[in-house]
Design a binder for this molecule. Sequence first.
Ligand code: SIN
Length: 297
Amino acid sequence: MSSLSGKQGPRYRHVADESEPYETIAVEKLTPIIGAEITGVDIARLVDDEARSNRQMDEIHRALAENLVIFFRDQHITPSQHLAFGRKFGELHVHPAAPNEGDPALMKIYADKDSPRANGEGWHTDVSCDLEPPMGSILYIKQCPPRGGDTLFANMYAAYEALSDRMKTYLAGLTALHDGEQTYRGLYANYGVADKQSYPRAEHPVIRTHPVTGKKALYVNRGFTRFIIGVPRDESDAVLAYLYQHCENPLFQCRFRWSENAIAFWDNRCAQHRAMWDYWPHTRSGTRVTVKGERPV
Ligand code: SIN
């Protein structure tokens, strides 16, 4: 894997957006490139208290835009408060395949010693096979293994920026097929979930522009993207293989070590993630609330 640096120094030089100081929350970055831990927020109170919520919500929105994934520890929320927190960011998304915990928008995240698989083990953005893929996902982990079960996140603005100008020109205007069929069919059989007749598929730009920040992000992922449209299949396979390897460079990543009752909130429009299943035979469990997004452009 390329280190993205040479005799001239780093090929990718991250310049953080100028950030005003925060007034209602504290923001501690995990790396200069992605991820920040937020303190000073009690989500259970935030969702119930309109007066307090507006200023904090504005700053949480800003922290997400600046850091792509934000983390909150020691949060004690009920399933309804988890759902209500998600609704503060938009309408809730219902997963096309995964089991839920009583409410269709409350996705179950669970693995134990008998599980054939764990959620999100490969690099992906959530449900990018949807015509309007989710803008963000809010994962609340209630039970952690003693060690392991971290989630890794990667910055797709940085991945785009670090491409050569030639590659940016090549990719501009291309679209790719994202297909849920191969990903989801049979995937949740162990939870007793019967397959649907069909799963979503959609064509999305390979480079998308984030609707809030206006920045360009690489938008292909191993989980759902099958091929680039309009080029020979062998060319598509080679280009996607290069892009996946490039996206997965540790330079673009942070890694979150969970504690019980922590929350991660990531922006699927500019970040990819993968969960580590290195904790077998222990149990890891929680719930995810996902917020609807818009059609990528
Ligand atoms: C997911 O992809 O939503 C699962 C992430 C995790 O369990 O850490």
